[in-house]
Design a protein around this ligand. Structure first.
Ligand code: MF3
Ligand code: CO
Ligand code: CO
Length: 255
């Protein structure tokens, strides 16, 4: 499938959806504390998206996913299903929010620390965010996706961390996951040439240990095969004539 170029009207809707997704992360932040279950986080987010934002939580029933958000704790890489386990001091958790508003998607995730976390937990979370930001910074018309993937991979591997290969960023619009695939590794000077009006996510998953993954029997939860910690951050990006716009930037977020 060809990569879609969004119209002005679609871009306006993507801006709204992106802002709403970001606002869910801001809203949930004070709740992400030791003692709360990921089910409770799911419920709070679900109700906020549906009742306050008058929007739709995209993960719910997406290819059979049973909840409204993804919660990925410690060695869970992505697609963790909210459940009855309580967060505890020292955990790290990724919360991934995707909302649909007026038919368009906004997709963003971030890491949270529960109380005091280990130095390695802090390093992996910081590295994954930096990797995402390095990728975002390169986005402008004319640059290639391989340039972005390469820069992200370099940043992780420079600190002896590894990049997950089985999951990638994606085009996004009135479809949750559309072309292009945005790999978080690769070779400079290869891949799709970006054009203004493209919208896609950048969402690197970085492991402390090896890159290899394992899928749990629930068919969703993806964990590191070696059980090492993993971190991920995600933004939805618009390519503009001048460069890019982060559609899911939080009000309090500095880049
Ligand atoms: N939000 C995830 C992404 O960044 C996708 C979650 S799909 C689900 O692409 F079904 F697991 F929710
Ligand atoms: Co995504
Ligand atoms: Co996401």
């Amino acid at each position: 499938m060809a990569v879609s170029i969004k119209t002005e009207d679609e871009i306006l809707k993507m801006r709204v959806a992106g802002r709403l997704a970001a606002e869910v992360l801001t809203m949930i932040t004070p709740h992400v504390k030791a003692g709360i279950t990921t089910d409770e986080l799911d419920k709070i987010c679900h109700n906020y998206i549906v009742d306050v934002q008058d929007a739709i939580p995209a993960p719910l029933n997406y290819h059979g996913f049973p909840k409204s958000i993804c919660t990925s704790v410690n060695h869970v890489i992505c697609h963790g299903i909210p459940g009855d386990k309580k967060l505890k001091e020292g955990d790290i958790i990724n919360i991934d929010i995707t909302v649909i508003k007026d038919g368009y998607h906004g997709d963003t995730s971030m890491m949270f620390h529960i109380g005091k976390t280990s130095i390695i937990a802090q390093r992996i979370c910081a590295n994954a965010r930096e990797a995402m930001l390095i990728g975002i910074d390169l986005v402008k018309p004319g640059i290639q996706l391989g340039d972005i993937g390469h820069a992200i991979q370099q940043h992780a591997e420079a600190q002896n961390f590894s990049i997950v290969r089985e999951y990638c960023g994606h085009g996004i619009g009135n479809v949750f996951h559309e072309d292009p695939q945005v790999l978080h590794y690769g070779e400079p000077g290869t891949g799709l040439v970006l054009e203004a009006g493209m919208t896609f996510t950048i969402e690197p998953m970085v492991n402390v240990g090896k890159r290899h993954i394992k899928q749990l029997p629930d068919k969703w939860t993806v964990v590191t095969k070696d059980r090492s910690l993993s971190a991920q951050w995600e933004h939805t990006i618009l390519v503009t004539n001048e460069g890019h716009e982060i559609l899911t930037l939080r009000e309090d977020e500095t880049i």
